[in-house]
Design a protein around this ligand. Structure first.
Ligand SMILES: C=C(O[C@@H]1C=C(C(=O)O)C=C[C@H]1O)C(=O)O
Length: 87
């Protein structure tokens, strides 16, 4: 059990680092959207993100869980953009 949980802790650290990296790139997107007065939501792009993510999943049994996580990531991404853009 301890060994498994140590592995989970290590993976969580990596996941958080990657999510922080993703949010850093979202900061760039915010600047571009402000400069080009573009909408926060881009449904076409979100469909592509979800499609790519779904295709990256190698084990079909994990697909629903990973898709749910990504839906939440996209939601947080838009909420963060809205908060930064004063919307
Ligand atoms: C980051 C963007 O803004 C929104 C959030 C997305 C994301 O976090 O991947 C994708 C599309 C947009 O609805 C973007 O337009 O690329």
């Amino acid at each position: 059990m301890e060994q498994a949980r140590r592995q989970i802790d290590e993976l969580d650290q990596q996941i958080v680092a990657l999510l922080e990296k993703r949010m850093k790139v979202v900061e760039q997107v915010i600047a571009i959207k402000q400069a080009q007065t573009r909408e926060i939501l881009d449904s076409e792009r979100e469909e592509k993100v979800m499609e790519k993510v779904t295709n990256h999943v190698k084990h079909p049994q994990y697909r629903p869980c990973i898709q749910s996580i990504y839906e939440e990531i996209l939601k947080c991404s838009k909420e963060y953009q809205a908060s930064k853009m004063g919307k």
